[in-house]
Design a protein around this ligand. Structure first.
Ligand code: APR
Length: 171
């Protein structure tokens, strides 16, 4: 059953009008390349200033900050696992990223959240497996949180979008 509250789009997450956008960060939370770099560039220096106060973030966990110059009011920073072949608890850690992001969404009473394809860029996680975990956790979160109205998966290239479209067709 495809839940209409789960949506896909192919664009830059920094322009998304959702209550929160998720950042695929690193353990330092002090910025980087990829989506992390884009989010910090648009949010502005106040985001980094707030991140400095957080003392980093372990892999699999999530932290929330304001969005500053972003259209989204909040940024949820999560640190995905680096893909090392699948024998270092990568699937479990990636699932924890999504669950911890959805916990912050619930704690802050947010109604919409947009995710990039966490860990599938620099961190090398296979797109199809990562998308399967993302969709599975979104379905779980939507079933558990009636206040959550929209989960948006923001793909940055067609390979990623195809991976999510495939994952959405799976039970
Ligand atoms: N909007 C949406 N998605 C984006 C954007 C953007 N502006 N820029 C990149 N992406 C996509 C990538 O194409 C990929 O599909 O986000 C996904 C995650 O890729 P990365 O940003 O490389 O994140 P990740 O693989 O989790 O690696 C995290 O990269 O940028 C550093 O500081 C970050 O060290 C951390 C590592």
């Amino acid at each position: 059953m495809t839940d209409s509250r789960i949506q896909l789009t192919e664009e830059d997450i920094t322009g998304i009008q959702a209550d929160a956008i998720v950042n695929a960060a690193n353990n330092s939370l002090l910025g980087g390349g990829g989506v992390d770099g884009a989010i910090h560039r648009v949010a502005g220096p106040e985001l980094l200033a707030q991140c400095r106060t957080l003392g980093g973030c372990p892999t699999g966990e999530a932290r929330i900050t304001k969005g500053y110059n972003l259209p989204a009011a909040w940024v949820i920073h999560t640190v995905g696992p680096v893909w090392r072949g699948g024998t270092q608890r990568e699937p479990e850690l990636l699932a924890r990223c999504y669950r911890n992001c959805f916990s912050l969404v619930r704690e802050h009473g947010l109604r919409s959240v947009a995710f990039p394809a966490i860990s599938t860029g620099v961190y090398g996680y296979p797109k199809e497996e990562a998308a399967r975990i993302a969709i599975q956790e979104a379905r779980r979160a939507l079933a558990e949180n009636e206040n959550l109205a929209r989960v948006l998966f923001v793909c940055f290239n067609s390979d990623t979008r195809l991976a999510y479209e495939k994952a959405l067709t799976e039970p």
